[in-house]
Write a protein that binds this ligand. Structure first.
Ligand code: C5P
Length: 208
């Protein structure tokens, strides 16, 4: 079989990470969480402010070891999920210099083998040549409820945060979040996670 890339894009809390990870596991593909890379840049920016020095994105080491994320060789798997880092990540992600550096790495990483890559611009910018593109959505309320269940924060807080982040992601000049014309849109509102995984696996089987 020829190498294959499945691109999964969509707004905050549509279930991209959980679904992409499960699809990858089921198909034996490698999973790439590009959001984690933007989160690493955000964490580095926060740390650098506190330390009064600045690392260039080009020299940051971002590594994945299974489910663990390493920034400059330190584990940041948990640290990059902090609400402060989420907010900051959508700010640094609007910087064309940051995007260029990360997109370049994402292309190199996914050059060989079979991948499920997840983010905001995989199907539109990083790998418009992806064999399958899925755009995952869900209602604002459901997305906020899913996040609140993960973070333990209030529903209203999550709703406000995700709307702010989505707006920034959709309206930025550099690679805004949008559905690629040839992406299959999948509204996951009211669907069980297994149903979504099943549907994507079926789409993969169709294009392979
Ligand atoms: O997916 P996740 O919520 O972890 O991504 C964090 C932030 O990184 C997003 O809000 C978005 O601003 C940015 N991002 C991006 N392009 C990607 C992945 C994430 O701009 N491919």
């Amino acid at each position: 079989l020829a190498p294959m890339l499945v691109a999964i894009d969509g707004p905050v809390g549509a279930g991209k990470s959980t679904v992409a990870r499960a699809v990858a596991q089921r198909l034996g593909f490698t999973y790439l969480d590009t959001g984690a890379m933007y989160r690493c840049v955000a964490l580095a920016a926060i740390e650098d402010e506190a330390a009064d020095h600045v690392r260039d994105v080009a020299v940051l080491h971002i590594d994945f070891e299974g489910d663990r994320v390493l920034l400059d060789h330190s584990e940041v798997t948990e640290a990059i999920r902090a609400p402060e880092v989420s907010r900051r990540s959508s700010q640094v992600a609007a910087d064309p210099h940051v995007r260029e550096a990360l997109v370049d790495r994402q292309r190199k990483l996914t050059e060989r083998g079979d991948w499920v890559a997840e983010g905001r611009d995989i199907g539109t910018v990083v790998r418009p040549d992806a064999e399958l593109k899925v755009f995952l959505t869900a209602s604002d309320e459901e997305r906020a409820a899913r996040r609140a269940a993960q973070t333990g924060r209030g529903l209203e807080q999550e709703l406000a945060d995700l709307r702010e982040r989505d707006l920034r992601d959709r309206t930025r000049e550099a690679s805004p979040l949008r559905r690629a014309e040839d992406a299959v849109e999948l509204d996951t509102t009211g669907l069980a996670f297994e149903q979504v995984v099943e549907r994507i696996a079926a789409l993969v089987a169709e294009v392979r």
